[in-house]
Write a protein that binds this ligand. Sequence first.
Ligand code: PLP
Length: 360
Amino acid sequence: MIPVTKPFLPPIEEYQSLVSSIWERQWLTNNGPLVNELELKLKEYLRVEHLLYLNNGTIALQIAIKALELKGEIITTPFSYVATTSSIVWEGCTPIFVDIDENSLNIDPKKIEAAISQNTSAILATHVYGNPCDIEAIQKIADKHNLKVIYDAAHCFGTNYKGRSIFEYGDVSTTSFHATKLFHTIEGGAVFTKDPEVLKRMAYMRNFGHDGPEQFFGLGINGKNSEFHAAMGLVNLKYVDEVLKKRKELSLYYVEKLKGLNKKTNSLLKNSEFNFAYFPIVLPSEDILLKMVKVLNDNWVYPRRYFYPSLNYLNYVQFSEGLTVSENISKRVLCLPLYQTLSFEEVDFIARLLLRVQNN
Ligand SMILES: *Cc1c(COP(=O)(O)O)cnc(C)c1O
């Protein structure tokens, strides 16, 4: 079977050796030495000054919204994973969807201003598939209207913009280290900010708001992560350059093999370095997509309709019309299998199946 993704697993001995050290220390969670070491190593690798390691990417989004004290309406993209929208609603704010750009598949900055009202407090945009949003255009709008910017950078480990990690942009940037992501700690996530006040608030928030055993800085939640998760991160970090390299090679191989396929791929932001986190193709119609999925499934290949459906269809948000690009693309986009142990022969096989459907 060829799934859309398989989690990266390092040599088991390396993980076991760190687990043994946890046994010796008997320190399992709560800001332990491996968590601290992982934070340090991640800062070094990503060349960022600050980050907070958390238990997942959804809590990261919720802590970001809470720490920036956002209220009312948050402008966001309907073309993302559900956690982007659910976090807004969970924090008592209202998502206002703005359509995406049909080439980048990211929120369309040209359509943001029309959605701003007196109640707008922020823009929460996703760098879809690891491809950066038009950061400068978004910042300009945010500055003009005094809005905060959060980036859901869950897909972005290894993506750079103008030579710097994409996590450096926005008032807060969040990411996920879930097992399906390019770099993972089984479950995990992080927040990034350059604002020392916001950083401090988020640090307290991650640990129930504790300021010492009997004192509280303010409202908090359990956003901590454990030594076992950090151990997986420390081992995986040693292999992440290999992972990035393999994904690039496989992606370029797909490009080559799918030359004859009638499809579009998303255009990348200028001055950015892409991490090849996903291999999405936009097909001419939903009909052909469904035919391709059927034939792939018949051959034990399981691509994923990601993202589908467009998030304005969630039953807990006000349905909004006019999101024609997001609705249209979400019906026609397919992410093809891409993971460390996928072979070039398998890519060949998948490509042949797709072309066979098209040419039948
Ligand atoms: C994976 C993902 C999340 C959620 O991260 P978790 O660590 O699974 O909670 C949020 N947004 C996007 C775009 C994602 O892909």
